[in-house]
Design a protein around this ligand. Sequence first.
Ligand code: PLP
Length: 422
Amino acid sequence: MSRSHELFERACRVIPGGVNSPVRACRSVGCEPLFIASGSGARITDADGNTYVDYVQSWGPLLLGHAHPAVTKAVAEAAGKGTSYGAPCEAEVVLAEMILEALPKMDMVRMVNSGTEAAMSALRLARGVTGRAKVVKFDGGYHGHGDAFLAAAGSGVATFSIPGTPGVPDAVVADTLLAPYNDLAAVKGLFERFGPEIAAVIVEPAAGNMGLVLPEPGFLEGLRETCSKAGSLLILDEVITGFRASYNGAQGRFGIDPDLTVLGKIIGCGLPVGAYAGKRRYMERISPMGGIYQAGTLSGNPLAMAAGIAGLGVLKGADYLGLEGRVEALCADLEGILRGKGIDVVINRLASMFTMFFCKGAVRNFAEAKAVDTERYARFYRHARACGVNLAPSAFEVAMPSFAHGVEDFDALRRVAETFGG
Ligand code: PLP
């Protein structure tokens, strides 16, 4: 019996489903999860001593790879000085300055502990400053598991085909308006009907939770214009794209000027963190400057701040275009290899992240993403795992190679495609 299996059996007795976040359970790909003992660079090693090239990288935070020396050193040093103060410390200021320098359209930032918390807080702020209740989100968009966002959400909710979730009262999602991703006409239709009641539109500038779906030209610009006209706030959820689409996020890459930005993942380089940033006139409404309450015992945690400062410090000088070129070449090869075998596949890519959709046509929204061959993805996942490559255990997620991925790590995935039976 493998150690991972043994641990999973124990876990299932004490943790719901044996995991602390649903997709990790690997159910949609018909496997048990690997229990990870350590990670280094592009690789992870499981509890049985097997090593895998890791394309998950903790679902995005590890753009520098596992256990980057600058990050681990900073965390160890910070830990030696105390793990939490419940009072301000210099590192919070430094990381806030670094984030705002990278996102010049944003004036102030508040740290929280996860992307979920950041998205919930940004929505509260948008509702507070506009005095309006409704929020527009997109089918298959995921903004964490805050109640208001759990209508037609992506990520784990998409993986399990749950339309919403029990436990969220109808009244809570009654103010959540839905539109298909990339469908500006649908958004305009919602604004014609409900404009004066809409506090905000929240959007992933490249959707990363229905697999990767890119914004079509004019979509984000159209959202900006529609929000401005109606006095609604545009919230860009850059939890995935922040510091990945470019060092300046998707907003820098696409030239979008949001009112608020939701962050997480890379800004903590693997430590639990989130943040929301925004225009000064809105951010000044947050308690204690304004009356919109939001707080956190561990917010601005010195370990998370130290990891973020060290990681962003390295990323600032990193060769983003070089990594993008390597990933672009990988995706072209994967498409070529698989199509050469008669397998229908479409790869959506932005910067260093990509999704292999096993389908024929383009994937531009959740409806098209849901039509992919999830069984074939599950077979590809299991084959990759048997070949020593760890992919996201769901057809609706994104591969997130890191700066630590070398030629042999990209070649490992090429070999998986070459030896895949279909
Ligand atoms: N927003 C987006 C776009 C995400 O992808 C996620 C998580 O994957 C979240 C919000 C929630 O972040 P967290 O899992 O840190 O709560």
